[in-house]
Design a protein. Structure first.
Length: 92
């Protein structure tokens, strides 16, 4: 029964694409992306980095392509840069 439960979680795991659309939060995207990677048994940050560009589209994809290889090689650095670039503060 435990095996079935794990497989069900794996099958239902969906990673959304980050486009920088209205209402999208880069921190939420990265948290869900990381959770999905771990759920798919990808536990090394280099594996997470390899697949990240596949889940970026439009402006975010172009932004990622312009980053240095050094920045793209560090999970912590690229995620901090992505959040800094695309985080939208609510203005009242």
């Amino acid at each position: 029964m435990c095996f079935f439960f794990k497989e069900k979680i794996r099958i239902n795991m969906v990673i959304l694409v980050f486009r920088r659309s209205k209402g999208e939060d880069p921190e939420v995207f990265l948290r869900e992306y990381k959770r999905a990677c771990i759920g798919m048994r990808l536990r090394i940050t280099t594996e997470w980095l390899n697949f990240l560009p596949e889940f970026l589209e439009g402006t975010t994809s172009l932004w990622f392509e312009r980053q240095t290889e050094e920045l793209k090689g560090s999970w912590i650095d690229i995620t901090k840069a992505l959040v800094k670039e695309f985080f939208v503060k609510n203005v009242y």
